[in-house]
Ligand binder design. Structure first.
Ligand code: CMX
Length: 429
């Protein structure tokens, strides 16, 4: 199999022609209706954009290029990146070539560290990561080539260059932020003989003789890689990228969305909630105590982090994968045991309350307990791990969008005054 660049060069011209033909011949076929509740409700369920890297079905969860995520849990994250981009898993040679690219491009410019060191010591790690991505915008090959005058058909090529550079550097930056922000000592350099995920695990500096820490980081990066196009981070990245802002601007926008507590930040909140329970009950509570605690959270007007989803209506298969990892490697850990217990109790409480459409756990419900077990106890950092992984999805979507010639995003908004005019008058009694 050819390298990533060669394979994409083979696939991409056909892609554009196919889309041209679909829109020319079938462009007026209707694919969605929108009602008032959807317009006020975050456009939930409105089919109004294209994402070919992955699909999320309410009853199956994440499917990457037609392979369900549960069949991909043994794959390395960089294999997933290749799959997201090309629709194929790489063979050994293509994987090796990609891994070499990622190592060769991993040198982070010195100015990035200087900027990070100048930031307030209590900055959120997500703000630090986002700042590092944005300050590297001057490296953008897309911007350089656009400014020099580039044909539209070539847009995907420097986008891919930016994607590979960013992906190579993001674990180095993220690990450096961990060590700087939480006073862990000097930065740790990447090793040439380690894969992308194992290198990130190594650079974080968490000691583990079993090798399971690296396995967890690889799994974490694989599971969080992509979740179709309409979630806050992907959609923000898509919209900013659609203005032909380069991938550094676009990914930075996506990261700002990921930093919200209803999206990626939920994983830091989840572990906070679990530890609060352990503290309150001085260990794993009884079922009844846990039930009451969940009700207290709901009654105080807060959400139970890690539960519910805008699209899914089943237990997230990514949660299942983390649960299986915990059962295999750390079944005796009390924090993990509590996560498993919460899974027994909370869906029943949420169903009883009757407000949520999906009472089941999402990806964020279990991952924190596993990270915590291996010694990554600083939970404000957890969303950074999510971001390193989600960079793969955002970047592959950007490359595909530039290849397809995706239009600038511009849906029509309407005012509440206009909405009121659409409502038929109530007939007189
Ligand atoms: N706990 C309490 N209430 C919840 C809830 C939860 N876990 N999930 C949803 N609800 C509430 C909503 O706040 C909403 O209440 P109002 O009608 O008072 O506004 C009601 O149930 C209906 O919401 P929904 O249609 O089921 O869910 P949404 O599509 O609006 O929101 C999500 C989805 C994920 C934001 C929501 O379930 C939530 O806030 N979950 C907790 C935070 C979380 O885990 N986020 C991570 C999601 C995964 C990710 O993107 O990373």
């Amino acid at each position: 199999m050819a390298t990533l660049q060669k394979r994409l060069a083979e696939i991409i011209p056909g892609l554009k022609d196919e889309i041209k033909s679909i829109t020319k011949n079938h462009g007026d076929i209707k694919i969605s209706d929108v009602n008032i509740a959807q317009a006020y409700g975050g456009m939930r369920g409105v089919k109004g954009m294209i994402c070919d890297t992955s699909v999320v079905n309410p009853d199956t969860g994440l499917v990457i290029r037609s392979i369900p995520i549960r069949d991909l849990t043994e794959k390395l994250p960089e294999e997933i990146f290749y799959l997201l981009l090309t629709g194929e898993l790489p063979d050994k040679a293509a994987l090796k070539a990609l891994q070499k690219e990622l190592i060769d491009r991993s040198k982070v410019p010195t100015y990035v560290w200087k900027v990070l060191e100048a930031m307030p010591k209590d900055s959120h790690p997500m703000t630090m990561l986002d700042t590092a991505i944005l300050v590297m915008e001057k490296e953008s090959e897309f911007r350089k080539m656009y400014d020099a005058g580039m044909k539209k058909d070539d847009y995907w090529k420097p986008t891919l260059e930016d994607a590979l550079n960013m992906l190579a550097r993001i674990p180095v930056v993220a690990a450096g932020i961990y060590r700087m922000r939480f006073k862990k000592g000097n930065r740790i350099a990447p090793k040439k003989d380690l894969d992308w995920g194992a290198n990130y695990a190594h650079m974080l500096g968490i000691k583990d003789k079993t090798g399971n820490w690296a396995k967890l980081v690889q799994l974490y990066l694989t599971l969080h890689s992509d979740h179709e196009g309409g979630n806050v981070s992907a959609f923000s990245c898509h919209t900013v990228g659609s203005a032909l802002s380069d991938p550094y601007y676009a990914v930075s926008a996506g990261l700002n969305g990921l930093a919200g507590p209803l999206h990626g930040l939920a994983n830091q909140e989840c572990l906070g909630w679990i530890l609060e329970v352990l503290k309150k009950f001085n260990g794993v509570p009884t079922d009844e105590q846990l039930r009451q605690f969940a009700w207290d959270t709901l009654n105080s007007g807060q959400v139970i982090p890690g539960y519910g989803h805008a699209v899914l209506r089943i237990t997230d298969p990514r949660f299942d994968a983390f649960l299986a990892f915990g059962k295999k490697y750390i079944p005796e850990d009390p924090v993990f045991q509590l996560v498993a217990k919460v899974f027994d109790i909370v869906p029943k409480v949420l169903a009883e309350q009757g407000k949520v459409k999906d009472p089941w756990p999402n990806v964020d419900a279990g991952s924190g307990s596993l990270l915590y077990h291996y010694g990554l106890t600083e939970f404000p950092y957890y969303t950074v791990l999510f971001a390193v992984s989600r960079a793969m999805g955002m970047l592959s979507q950007l490359v595909i969008n530039r290849a397809m010639g995706t239009a600038i995003t511009r849906p029509k908004s309407v005012s509440t005054a206009w909405i009121k005019k659409q409502i038929p008058p109530t007939p007189a009694a």
